[in-house]
Design a protein around this ligand. Structure first.
Ligand SMILES: [Zn+2]
Length: 342
């Protein structure tokens, strides 16, 4: 999506964020845009687009809301308006430090805008601004120059130091609905079956979906389907091997768990007779139906509970390998034909 920045700076292009977008538009119409905003929400849900649209609107030559076609808006579209400052975590760094805040914000915030009426500083990863840098930034947020606006972006308000967040008006962006993510991916030219799977995995974040796609994580995961369909035939040794393969690290293990949750949720949906268009793994519908019939609703619910328990345990830093060992044994027991109780 970065290839089309013009699309990125119009409010009309932002999907499913009616609440924050209408607040922003109202503020722009009335010329009462707060000096500092904090946009919260998962990456890839429209926060950055809204920040760019706000910045472009503040300098649009034809109205209160970015028109997308005046010479100022065109510069924002191209990402090189001289009054737009994008501040983010430098490559290889783990924090935004005082030097960066001084050089990229404080040194510029008190200067007159270069070509428009206002300068906008968009700070991505605002939760990574460290204490010293926050203190340096504070004074500017408290007594800002009239021509400077600040938009901070973070996943949630609590992750940002309170000294900073208390001086910003917070606008909460929600994770995008699965079907919206899917639709955006389809428009990006991704195939339907892949798009629905990516959208389900991405939990409301287009950025995450595209990352899954580009790393090939999806293809890798698709190769894991086979064991899930025949877990009941696995001996203990094979199960432990599988757990070892799936649990090489915490991140992989969480991906596998997400995948398992979808897989068995699909079966439960089919078991309960919910319309098939709710199924994520549509390409495997026959396999899923077969599984749903043989495992049954009660066991499927228990499996989903076990998967959720394992996810919580791994997120709480429990030994990945042991957690997966236990989980797979449990899941197998629930899928054994003799254990069927539904
Ligand atoms: Zn314009």
């Amino acid at each position: 999506m970065d290839s089309d920045r013009g699309f990125l700076m119009l409010f009309d292009s932002i999907r499913s964020q009616e609440g924050p977008v209408s607040i922003l538009k109202k503020a722009l119409y009335h010329g009462r845009v707060p000096t500092a905003y904090l946009f919260t929400g998962p990456p890839g849900c429209g926060r950055m687009m809204a920040a760019l649209a706000t910045a472009a609107s503040l300098n649009c030559q034809s109205g209160a809301i970015a028109c997308g076609s005046c010479s100022s808006c065109l510069l924002y579209s191209a990402g090189n308006h001289p009054d737009l400052y994008l501040i983010g975590l430098p490559e290889g760094k783990r924090q935004i430090v005082i030097k960066q805040i001084r050089e990229q914000i404080l040194a510029r915030a008190y200067l007159k805008p270069m070509s428009g009426k206002t300068s906008t500083f968009i700070v991505q990863d605002a939760h990574l601004i460290n204490m010293n840098a926050s203190n340096a930034f504070l004074k500017t947020l408290e007594e800002p120059p009239a021509t400077s606006h600040f938009i901070l972006i973070a996943t949630d308000r609590d992750s940002v130091l309170p000294t900073i967040s208390s001086r910003c008006q917070t606008l909460a962006f929600s994770p995008l609905p699965r079907l919206v993510v899917e639709d955006i991916l389809l428009k990006e030219g991704i195939q339907k079956s892949q798009a629905s799977l990516l959208a389900a995995m991405a939990k409301g974040s287009v950025k995450k979906a595209l990352a899954y796609q580009s790393t090939g994580a999806l293809e890798e995961m698709a190769g894991e389907f086979e064991p899930l369909s025949s877990l009941h035939n696995y001996g203990v040794g094979q199960l432990l091997d599988l757990a070892q393969r799936w649990g090489r690290n915490r991140q992989d293990a969480l991906g596998v768990l997400e995948f398992m949750a979808q897989w068995y949720r699909d079966m439960l949906i089919l078991f309960e007779g919910v319309p098939e268009d709710q199924v994520i793994h549509v390409a495997h519908i026959q396999e899923l139906k077969k599984g749903a019939d043989s495992i049954g609703g009660v066991n499927l619910a228990s499996i989903l509970e076990s998967v959720e328990d394992a996810r919580e345990a791994i997120e709480a830093n429990t030994n990945v390998q042991l957690t997966l060992d236990t989980l797979l044994l449990r899941v197998r027991n629930h899928t054994l034909p003799t254990e069927k109780s539904a």
